[in-house]
Design a protein around this ligand. Sequence first.
Ligand code: AP5
Ligand code: MG
Ligand code: ZN
Length: 214
Amino acid sequence: MKIIMLGAPGAGKGTQAKKIAEKYKIPHISTGDIFRANIKNGTELGKKAKTYMDQGLLVPDELVVDLVVDRVNQDDCKDGYVLDGFPRTIPQAEALDQALARLNQKVDYAINVEVPDENIVNRMSGRRACVGCGATYHIVFAPTQKEDVCDNCGGSLILRDDDKPETVQKRLGVYHEQTQPLIEYYTNAGILKEVDGTIDIEDVFREITNILGE
Ligand code: AP5
Ligand code: MG
Ligand code: ZN
């Protein structure tokens, strides 16, 4: 099962992708997480990506496409995967389709997690990310058991650099301009599925499992 998560920044793509990956036992591939790991490790890719990410801009397609195509060609992706944060532009979607076509494969579902802009800024200011393992929490909607300590690895929690309200606004603008056209792209491909991202995390997941099957 090959799944793409679509949605605005903060819609809950990462939250749901993690749950999908656990239930269906497929890898969760988040380009944002890959870039943040590269930034943390001080790689060349990380240095390049950071200059864009800090401004709320997209990293150029040429820095993203090969990375994802290589990743989905790895062995653990044989039975499928859930892509979170990729594709984000029409050229990225076309590059993915072409790479899959060469293997006689295609994407099965593009799940769009719908959340209006008004809800997003509030949501982001409450998000906390673990410095150790990258797990995501929310101070109100998905709190940790112990304040500011990761349930998963015991690491400490921080507000992501790009979650400041000004940067979130910028990311929303970039989303509408460059990523939203993918909704039409995948509607035309006949694989778009919409879920309501404003309801509780577990209820969103129920909508998704209704689509994907048990
Ligand atoms: P990325 O890391 O992908 O960020 P994003 O798309 O902006 O999305 P987020 O991770 O912020 O949100 P999310 O939808 O995953 O929401 P989450 O589940 O965390 O990308 C970061 C940057 O990297 C980009 O700006 C770009 O520069 C670069 N980049 C990455 N991929 C790229 C690509 N392909 N091309 C070019 N550049 C790329 O949820 C948000 C919060 O809400 C959490 O606190 C969560 O607990 C909470 N929450 C989730 N669901 C609910 C719910 N139903 N109710 C209440 N709260 C909820
Ligand atoms: Mg995310
Ligand atoms: Zn952690």
